[in-house]
Design a protein around this ligand. Structure first.
Ligand code: 8YV
Length: 328
């Protein structure tokens, strides 16, 4: 009798070529109508699967992971961020966790730069004026934005995406500054002509644009707190394509509404999919629905990574994208 194929439960609908390949390789349980799984469904999936392939919409905290059955040995996340998974609790239960880094770097950096441009040059405001038929003709002092050339860009978290953003920003003539726990290698720092700020407070006070590019971990929760947001210059623009939890969203919304910040370009929110209602009403804010990595190529590459991680693990090797708690 042929050996049983490993049961892989995929929690959301993935691109057709990825699902076809998953079904060829494994006993894949798919989600054709793409509904977000309820906690009860997730608990059944954890109890029953050999491998779970979740996404950011699945909350896999320590309590949820208690439902894991004896066969579950791998959680192969479809996505780079793993803040929705308690990796320490998973490891304690003998469950390996993998993610999909690298393949969404360039797409996310493209959209981060798009948000920088949109917020600095009032792109959405201008487009809305055209679509509402309110354009009455050019005037010299109307719709003035802020020049990118020469602007100081402060990157909070110069990892893969931060680096890809910095390369783009350099091409636009921006000055690169960054805050990390430790400076990057002298080679990268030189390539980007980047200035390292050990003190986040000091950096924030001097930047024209801030881009959040660090993961959400207990250490980065509300890293941009109300106190730190008040250090920013009045014309500063904040862009976030990482995780909403890194910024105190309510404090940021209050400051934007009060004209204490120049503007914002946001793709992620603290209580996703709920967005602070104040943000929805502000003209100096550009909001996107968590779509920075959303390209068909990127999603297929993410699917490939998920499958490579699963197959490598099942073959008894260390999967290439294993998440180790100390990395977070
Ligand atoms: C993905 C993301 O779209 O990979 C990440 O961490 O934030 C997104 O860009 C999402 O996570 C897919 O699960």
């Amino acid at each position: 009798m042929a050996a049983r194929k490993p049961k892989v439960v995929v929690t959301r609908k993935l691109p057709a070529p990825v699902e076809a390949r998953l079904s060829a390789l494994f006993d894949a349980v798919l989600n054709p109508d793409d509904h977000p799984m309820s906690p009860a469904e997730l608990s059944l999936a954890l109890a029953d699967a050999d491998v779970l392939a979740p996404t950011i919409t699945d909350r896999l905290d320590a309590a949820a992971l208690e439902s894991a059955g004896p066969n579950l040995k791998l959680i192969a996340n479809f996505g780079a961020g793993v803040d929705h998974i308690d990796v320490v609790a998973a490891n304690k239960l003998g469950i390996t966790v993998t993610n999909t880094p690298g393949v969404l770097t360039e797409d996310t950096a493209d959209m981060t730069l798009a948000l920088i441009l949109a917020a600095s040059r009032r792109l959405v405001e201008g487009a809305n004026i055209m679509q509402s038929g309110a354009f009455a003709g050019w005037t010299p002092t109307w719709m003035l934005g802020r020049r990118l050339r020469g602007a100081k860009l402060g990157i909070v978290g110069l990892g893969r995406i931060g680096h890809a953003l910095a390369r783009r920003a350099r091409a636009f003539g921006m000055e690169i500054h960054y805050h990390n726990r430790k400076p990057v290698s002298p080679r990268i720092q030189e390539e980007l002509e980047a200035t390292y700020w050990d003190s986040l407070d000091q950096m924030l006070a001097r930047m024209d644009i801030i881009s959040v590019n660090c993961p959400h971990t207990p250490a980065t929760y509300h890293l941009l707190s109300a106190r730190r947001l008040r250090l920013l210059q009045k014309h500063a623009i904040i862009v976030n394509t990482a995780r909403g939890e890194v910024i105190d969203e309510a404090a940021m919304a209050d400051m934007l509404a009060a004209g204490e910040l120049g503007g914002a370009g946001l793709d992620v929110y603290e209580h996703e999919p709920v967005v602070n209602p104040k943000l929805l009403r502000l003209p100096n804010v550009v909001l996107l629905p968590h779509m920075s990595s959303a390209t068909i190529e990127g999603r297929i590459d993410m699917g490939e990574k998920v499958m490579i991680n699963i197959q490598t693990f099942l073959d008894g090797h260390r999967p290439p994208d294993r998440v180790i708690p100390s990395m977070m």
